[in-house]
Design a protein around this ligand. Structure first.
Ligand code: CP
Ligand code: NVA
Length: 301
């Protein structure tokens, strides 16, 4: 595991990350294993959870985070990503990037001599999906489950496809036509699922899909970068809201996840977001524990 650009990059380490995150969450773990290490954090898009949890994770591990808004770097004035990577990675021990284009993160990693972590791109959100698997294991104590993602088959859905395939969980994306997850990722996930026994599906039939689901997941209908399509998206996705009517069709013990930020009365209702089946605030907290595990395993030596 040199870089973590995709969930595919942790295919051999996913359970080690889960175990280490559990150790950190329980309050165990070495004192300051990343003392003297610096993590550069480049943001081309807004962030609350990713920024704060990575920053606090570095402090808690004894290292230093460096917040860098892409628009304040020479990158914002036209310096190419290759040169940014060549120079920056001579100063720091790791880089986390939230970028518009996934290919930019890939390119940065090719010119970096330190580990690069994807903090969200248009294609994937691997740190989120790792946290989601951890949160499910924490609540349900098993991965022999069915999760249904309702709404836009976006970056989060893509990473969840790969993560569920890796851990052998059944996963369905219920979305309107035109909002399916990335076709390359779906194919890769299906290859993995064949070996792990997970059943993956993409369907428009949301009510049938959620039947017997143990985990219901949703995310915003208008992701960062999709703002120009807002009107069309709200119209196309309106039958895919995670509300109490839909929740009633799932398993009675089903848990609700949302990566946040949530837009109430679009993809989810207040009643469900803060209802008794919701695990979203534990899920948000777990970003910290899982990213500490990831940073520890990537940067400790
Ligand atoms: N879930 C998530 O990545 O949140 P932020 O956009 O606030 O970082
Ligand atoms: N799909 C959302 C996730 C935000 C954490 C976006 O890309 O904006």
């Amino acid at each position: 595991m040199k870089h973590v650009l995709s969930v595919l990059d942790v295919r051999d380490e996913i359970m080690d990350i889960m175990e280490q995150a559990g150790i950190f969450k329980a309050g165990y773990g070495e004192g300051e294993p990343l003392k003297g290490k610096t993590l550069a954090m480049i943001f081309e898009k807004a962030s609350t959870r990713t920024r704060v949890s990575f920053e606090v994770a570095m402090y808690q591990l004894g290292g230093s985070p460096l917040y860098l808004s892409a628009s304040d770097l020479q990158l914002g004035r036209g310096e190419i990503i290759e040169d940014t990577a060549r120079a920056m990675t001579r100063y720091v021990d790791g880089v986390m990037i939230r970028a518009r284009e996934h290919d930019d993160v890939v390119k940065f990693s090719q010119y970096s001599n330190v580990p690069v972590i994807n903090g969200l791109t248009n294609l994937e959100h691997p740190c989120q999906a790792l946290t989601d698997i951890f949160t499910i294991m924490e609540r349900k104590e098993t991965l022999d489950l069915k999760m249904v993602f309702v709404g836009d088959g976006n970056n989060v859905a893509n990473s969840l496809l790969l993560a569920t395939a890796l851990v052998g969980m059944d996963f369905t994306v219920a979305c309107p036509p035109g909002y399916e997850p990335d076709s390359y990722i779906l194919k890769e996930a299906q290859k993995i699922a064949k070996k792990t026994g997970s059943h993956l599906e993409v369907t428009i039939a949301v009510k049938e899909a959620v039947k017997d689901a143990n985990v219901l997941y949703t995310d915003v209908w208008v992701s960062m970068g999709d703002e120009a399509e807002e009107k069309k998206r709200l119209k196309d996705l309106k039958e895919y809201q995670l509300n109490s009517e839909l929740l009633k069709l799932a398993d009675a013990e089903a848990m609700v996840l949302h990566c946040l930020p949530a837009i109430r009365d679009q993809e989810i209702t207040e009643e469900v977001l803060n209802g008794p089946q919701s695990a979203v605030w534990d899920q948000a907290e777990n970003r910290l524990h899982v990213q500490k595990a990831l940073l520890y395993l990537l940067l400790k030596n």
